[in-house]
Design a protein around this ligand. Structure first.
Ligand SMILES: NC(=O)c1ccc[n+]([C@@H]2O[C@H](COP(=O)([O-])OP(=O)(O)OC[C@H]3O[C@@H](n4cnc5c(N)ncnc54)[C@H](O)[C@@H]3O)[C@@H](O)[C@H]2O)c1
Ligand SMILES: O=C(O)C(=O)C[C@@H](O)[C@H](O)[C@H](O)COP(=O)(O)O
Ligand SMILES: [Zn+2]
Length: 360
């Protein structure tokens, strides 16, 4: 296969991210990561009909001894629950999956987070291979080993760190992705520029039309650069003891919005876009950065067709209350990822709630 890019994730459990057109058909490469005979493919109602058979056929052509089953969850954030987790582990038990079984997550970040959590828990941890099919999953959720399910009380409240064995991002799958989901992925791409690479933001600015038109080279470049940023951070800080928290830029706001809307309003990428603008405005309010930087970020996100304001009808006190259950909050109060200007994010403890409410 020509033109495949690779990003290696270092650390105690290293793995490789492959990015290229047609990777789901490369059964030999996928099968390399299956140690036993059980393959449990988790996908969703939109992705499974498009791609699941392709993956199973490719795997079985390469390894006729494999036993593959496909479990299909409903599409969307509302499927990322403890209840669905329970169903999937019961299916694994019925399948007779042994400890050398492999969970294959075929889909967006919802499938990736849920299937990854199943892999983290079944027999205290089995292999997981991530096959991301959304831009967001390719640039972010398939990498780094955060797995989780949501609760009504908050996003990703129950989960585990469980790095994948490998990630195969087949960029051909992006051709069937709805526009809204493509734009959601661009929000997390912008995040890398916002937190640590002002030059990347300039590149995104210059290539915004190519990206929205799904130009293959522009998308592959954006994915590879995003993965390289994430790989560098998670290799140094896999368990978010320090700098990994920078990847949460905009997320304290985003998660509060998503949970307050019952996971049926803005999708994750859209909420992150709003959250990043709120974080930039809060930085300006606290005197850390200029309002001009926030305005520049807002205009790039707007160009990508993303929302930049908190949806009408959400109350500031309710959102702030939700932030108290954010995973970065400590007994001492709210901790935010803010910036000192484009490309310079920092962890800021003890942010006062009045300033947050004012920005909301
Ligand atoms: N673990 C992490 O580090 C991490 C990072 C970022 C986000 N996340 C999580 O990821 C989730 C969001 O992921 P997402 O944006 O991929 O959403 P998603 O998984 O809900 O996918 C978005 C929609 O696109 C559909 N879809 C997926 N691939 C498709 C394709 N190729 N063609 C047609 N339709 C397709 C899905 O069925 C779904 O309807 C959130 O739960 C978020 O919390 C996790
Ligand atoms: O990988 C990380 O670390 C991130 O924070 C990436 C985020 O984009 C992602 O949404 C993540 O799931 C948020 O994690 P959480 O710990 O805040 O739930
Ligand atoms: Zn995110």
């Amino acid at each position: 296969m020509s033109g495949v890019r690779h990003v290696d994730v270092g650390g105690a459990q290293p793995y490789r991210i492959a990015i290229g057109d047609g990777l789901l058909r490369d059964g030999a490469a996928l099968a390399e990561h299956v140690r036993g005979r059980h393959v449990f493919v988790v996908s969703d109602a939109h992705v499974a009909p498009l791609y699941a058979l392709r993956v199973v056929d490719a795997l079985q052509a390469a390894r006729p001894d494999l036993r593959c089953i496909v479990s299909c969850i409903p599409a969307g954030e509302s499927a990322k629950t403890l209840e669905r987790f329970g169903e999937l582990v019961r299916e694994l038990a019925d399948f007779g999956a042994t400890r050398d079984a492999c969970v294959v997550a075929l889909g967006g970040g919802v499938v990736g987070d849920l299937a990854g959590f199943v892999a983290a828990c079944w027999m205290r941890g089995i292999d997981c291979v991530q096959l991301p099919t959304t831009l967001l999953a390719m640039v972010d959720s398939s990498v780094g080993g955060k797995t989780a399910v949501d609760m009504p009380q908050g996003k990703n409240l129950v989960g585990a760190f469980h790095p994948p064995r490998a990630v195969f991002a087949d960029t051909a799958t992006l051709q069937t992705l709805p526009d809204r989901e493509l734009r959601a992925g661009l929000a997390e791409v912008v995040k890398y520029g916002a937190i640590r690479d002002a030059g990347f933001l300039e590149w995104l600015d210059a290539h915004s039309e190519d990206l929205l038109a799904r130009d293959a080279d522009a998308l592959a470049e954006a994915i590879a650069r995003s993965c390289a940023h994430k790989a560098e951070i998670v290799a140094r800080d896999p368990f978010e003891r320090g700098e990994r928290a920078l990847l949460n830029f905009g997320h304290t706001f985003a998660h509060a919005i998503e949970s307050e809307q019952g996971y049926g309003g803005l999708n994750h990428g859209e909420a992150v876009a709003v959250g990043m603008v709120c974080a930039a405005r809060l930085s300006a309010r606290l005197g850390l950065a200029s309002d001009a930087d926030a305005t520049h970020l807002e205009s790039l996100l707007t160009r990508f067709g993303l929302p930049v304001a908190v949806p009408a009808g959400l109350s500031s006190p309710a959102l702030v209350a939700r932030m108290r259950l954010d995973k970065k909050a400590a007994a001492g109060g709210l901790r935010f990822i803010l910036w000192r200007g484009t490309g310079q994010a920092e962890i800021i403890p003890n942010v006062d709630e009045q300033s947050v409410a004012a920005v909301l």
